[in-house]
Design a protein around this ligand. Structure first.
Ligand code: NAD
Length: 304
């Protein structure tokens, strides 16, 4: 076999198996940056997850590298510009985690509506406070989805099973797509004013930075929840804290933060938030699919 693939971060075994019949696979899940700089010239492809940074220096030290594969969604840890200049393909597996993230989103919505996290810590502390945890039903409530892409669409499908009415804000989807998905598209202000639960599924861009800040919290229903499993920085966290601590809104579920981990965040003091450590994409199924998808892409490139 004349092709060599370096697997620089731990990926699912199924992805590694896919490659074995077409290339010499070299797993080295603890490779340091210095070591990588020395060995990269021997490889035709490299697979990473989040640990390994494929910097300009690494790319310039390569010789026959054709593909940089990220077994996951973003390519934040790859210098795409440097790769493009050298004609190296950068691939990822954006569809691999959509269902997983949508399920986590539903998990946060349920945790908020039924106060599951706080009830859990109460029971574990020896209490039996049945009167303290009155929840709300999702049935008949309005879910506002900001960003109707891969994940947003999966959230919509799941919300229908809970009997929720769904409205969507996404300036980039067509009327045809919206009607195929059976959703009503509205402007952002309408979505904010009408949603009982708002969930964010847009990328972080200059346009979406602090998309939800003080003016938006002021427009939200008093009893509304907000959930963010997209990227930190789309919600202004100081304004969110003010809205939550003055009961302007009912609660928030966050998987992502402007600074991760959110060590000194005032949000950590509040009872009406449910926080998870950027794990919305962390299921074995999503990681397996990501590994298989990038392995198959590499195979296609090697086969020409
Ligand atoms: P996607 O590209 O399929 O969908 C994004 C949607 O947002 C698109 O339909 C686009 O038209 C829309 N959009 C873009 N700018 C907008 C704006 N200003 N206003 C409204 N809509 C806008 O992406 P996806 O795969 O669904 O992922 C969505 C987000 O989830 C991304 O930010 C991604 O980084 C994040 N994500 C987080 C995790 C996690 O671990 N928490 C995992 C995977 C993805």
């Amino acid at each position: 076999m004349d092709k060599k693939v370096l697997i620089a971060d731990q990926i699912n075994e199924k992805g590694i198996d896919e490659l074995k019949d077409i290339a010499e696979v070299v797993p080295n899940f603890t490779i340091s940056n210095e070591e990588l700089l020395k060995v990269i010239k021997d490889f035709d492809a490299i697979i990473v997850r989040s640990r390994t940074k494929v910097t300009r220096e690494v790319i310039e030290a390569s010789d026959k590298l054709k593909i940089i594969a990220r077994a996951g969604v973003g390519v934040d840890n790859v210098d795409v510009q440097a790769a493009t200049e050298r004609g190296i393909m950068v691939i990822n597996a954006p569809e691999s985690t959509s269902i997983t993230v949508a399920e986590h989103t539903m998990g946060l919505i349920l945790a908020l509506s039924r106060k599951i996290a706080i009830a859990d810590s109460s029971v574990k502390s020896g209490k039996w406070e049945k009167g303290r945890f009155m929840g709300i039903e999702l049935n008949g409530k309005t879910l506002g989805v900001i960003g109707m892409g891969r994940i947003g669409s999966q959230v919509v499908t799941r919300s229908k099973a809970f009997g929720m009415d769904t409205i969507v804000y996404d300036p980039y989807i067509t009327k045809k797509t919206a009607s195929e998905l059976g959703v009503t598209v509205v402007d952002l202000e309408t979505l904010i004013k009408e949603s009982d639960v708002m969930t964010i599924h847009v990328p972080l861009t200059p346009e979406t930075k602090y998309l939800i800040s003080k003016p938006q919290f002021e427009m939200m229903k008093e009893n509304a929840f907000i959930v963010n499993c997209a990227r930190g920085g789309i919600i202004n966290e100081d304004d969110l804290y003010d809205a939550l601590s003055t009961d302007e809104i009912r609660g928030a579920g966050l998987d992502v933060f402007e600074n991760e981990p959110p060590k000194n965040s005032k949000l950590l003091e509040l009872d009406n938030v449910v926080l998870t450590p950027h794990i919305a994409a962390s299921t074995s199924e999503a990681q397996r699919d990501a590994a298989i998808i990038v392995a198959n892409e590499i195979k296609k490139v090697f086969k020409g």
